[in-house]
Ligand binder design. Sequence first.
Ligand code: ADP
Ligand code: MG
Length: 341
Amino acid sequence: MTKQTKRIAVITGDHSLPDPTKREGRYHEEDMVTHAAMVAAFGSLPGYDFRVYTEHAGLFERLAAEPPDVVINFCDTGLFNVPTQELHLPARLELMGVPYTGASPAAMVVCYDKAIVRLVAESLGVPVPREAYMAADAPLNDLPDLYPALIKPNTADGSVGITKDSVVRNRREALDYLGWLRATLPGRDALIQEYLPGPEYGVGMIGNPETGLRMLPPLEVDFSGLPAGLNPILSFESKALPDSPYWTEIKFKRAVLPADIENRLAGWTRILFRRLGLRDYGRFDFRVAADGEPKLMEINPNPAWANDGKLAFMAGFAGIDYRDMLRLVLEAAIARVQRAD
Ligand SMILES: Nc1ncnc2c1ncn2[C@@H]1O[C@H](COP(=O)(O)OP(=O)(O)O)[C@@H](O)[C@H]1O
Ligand SMILES: [Mg+2]
């Protein structure tokens, strides 16, 4: 890639197709608003010619006809909005020889499997919740005694398969939830995890280990507005039910952390970013366990790019506006690719 990188293709989810992570399983006005804000922010960056692709049918033919210098891979829905096909886009771009922002297919595969991420994190000394793996067809007579526990799919994003009832306090509730999960997401293996009752933190990173990796100020999810009795978690209701208090009452704020905890979060996320092969940006979700220790819940390569998403909030805490956050991600990718050339 030359120094005069100019033509940039921004690829997002396909607006015209169903999407299991969206409200009612499809794109709505609110998604168009965040999309328009992203396009406007990129469009205001000088020195680039942006073209936006929101339709996946014929995508690669169109890219081949007008090859971009770099693709902004904001297709976090997966190709044709199929979550397991998120890696197919970067894989195909590699075959075409087109550089792109964000994680490689290999990093995506590993991070999509939460149990594998947990094992890698544990091997690196990063605290993780106690957990049992429940294959989708495993008999349900031998459940682990981790109560209170949180049950979730091993592979999913966007809180799919996590509802207000995911927090279970006894075997009866666990059986009910596993039954619902098996009926709703057939064939999907589940995790039964130690419930982490403490504060929830997001840690965002922009850059790359070789060219400079910056941790943004951590975010805390503010559940204080939730009515009493509702489990304080980011469940699917918070992303899919506009009338739910999970949608209206949960806010993000800057985490106020003792320096030693913030330093430990910084150390853990840096090691994991490098070990799992994240690139350009990433987000790590932690929650504090009953013993006061923050534990890793999951790693998001190519985290949500929306101007109202967690990464944008964290950038804001650092005084980086949305447009500059997008610019930093793009520049991180360009610096990485130029270094490799
Ligand atoms: N072990 C846990 N204890 C408490 N809450 C949890 C736990 N695991 C997940 N959650 C809640 O569920 C949300 C979504 O879980 P997460 O593993 O991050 O999946 P997703 O990929 O859908 O974001 C978290 O943000 C948190 O609020
Ligand atoms: Mg998460």
